[in-house]
Write a protein that binds this ligand. Structure first.
Ligand SMILES: Nc1ncnc2c1ncn2[C@@H]1O[C@H](COP(=O)(O)OP(=O)(O)OP(=O)(O)O)[C@@H](O)[C@H]1O
Ligand SMILES: [Mg+2]
Length: 219
């Protein structure tokens, strides 16, 4: 490990396992924004974890299980329908069968590289895309699937840009940003300066940052 080669590693991280693996912990708080900005805990991680009387750190409250996120008491019944996929064999999948109840919030989990994306994104989603939207997707190999008739729409959400450029965002995509730009042009100062809507777009030269071309970062 990097640390064992005499390096100091500093990570800014919310992930529980990462925090628990650290040697030394510096916790910020007590809350967000103007209510934050203070160091509320600092010391050897193991010692901080053992100090059950430690006050003032929400992070430690949760990590020591003095506070916890409660699990919902009632669960959705769902529609009673399901999709059944049998014999999925893409990438490392060992002829997997899947029962997916519909009308519920379903979590797919497992260690990295265990096959979640292969089964869901590369197999099931593609099968649905072909069935519903007649796309030319090619799913990874599987034997059979039932229950497609219960689904009439599929939306795949991932981290790729939602439009043609990396500058697309939910506001530009839905058209909401047009109204925001128009609103900005109505401001007295915009009128005084003669700013048109383009001034407030990060797609055109003018108001946007020319260093990054409106991308928000420099490659
Ligand atoms: N395009 C590919 N070609 C060959 N092997 C692949 C391909 N994509 C994934 N794999 C392999 O299939 C296995 C499962 O990968 P998969 O991406 O489905 O896992 P995952 O559970 O989604 O992991 P993660 O949590 O990292 O997203 C891994 O061994 C991976 O290396
Ligand atoms: Mg994945």
């Amino acid at each position: 490990m990097l640390r064992d080669l005499d390096n100091t590693i500093i990570v800014v991280e919310h992930d529980k396992e990462t925090i628990e693996s650290s040697d030394y912990l510096i916790d910020f708080g007590p809350a967000a924004g103007e209510h934050g900005g203070m160091v509320v805990a600092m010391g050897e991680t193991a010692k901080l974890f053992k100090d059950k009387n430690f006050q003032g750190s929400l992070t430690l409250d949760y990590l020591q299980h003095r506070r916890f996120v409660s699990i919902p008491k009632t669960r959705r019944e769902g529609s009673g329908q399901q999709i059944t996929l049998r014999g999925a064999r893409g990438n490392n999948l060992k002829s997997v069968d899947l029962n997916l109840p519909l009308g519920k919030f379903v979590a797919i989990t497992g260690v990295s590289g265990s096959g979640k994306s292969s089964l869901i994104n590369e197999t099931l989603v593609k099968i649905l895309m072909i069935d519903i939207y007649k796309t030319k997707d090619v799913p990874l190999p599987y034997d059979s699937v039932d229950g497609l008739k219960f689904v009439d729409k599929v939306i795949e959400v991932d981290q790729s840009p939602i439009g043609r450029t990396p500058r697309s965002n939910p506001a530009t995509y839905t058209g909401l940003f047009t109204y925001i730009r128009d609103l900005f042009t109505q401001l007295p100062e915009s009128k005084m300066r003669g700013y048109a809507p383009g001034r407030f777009s990060f797609n055109v030269t003018g108001g946007r940052c020319e260093a990054c071309g409106g991308d928000g970062l420099k490659n």
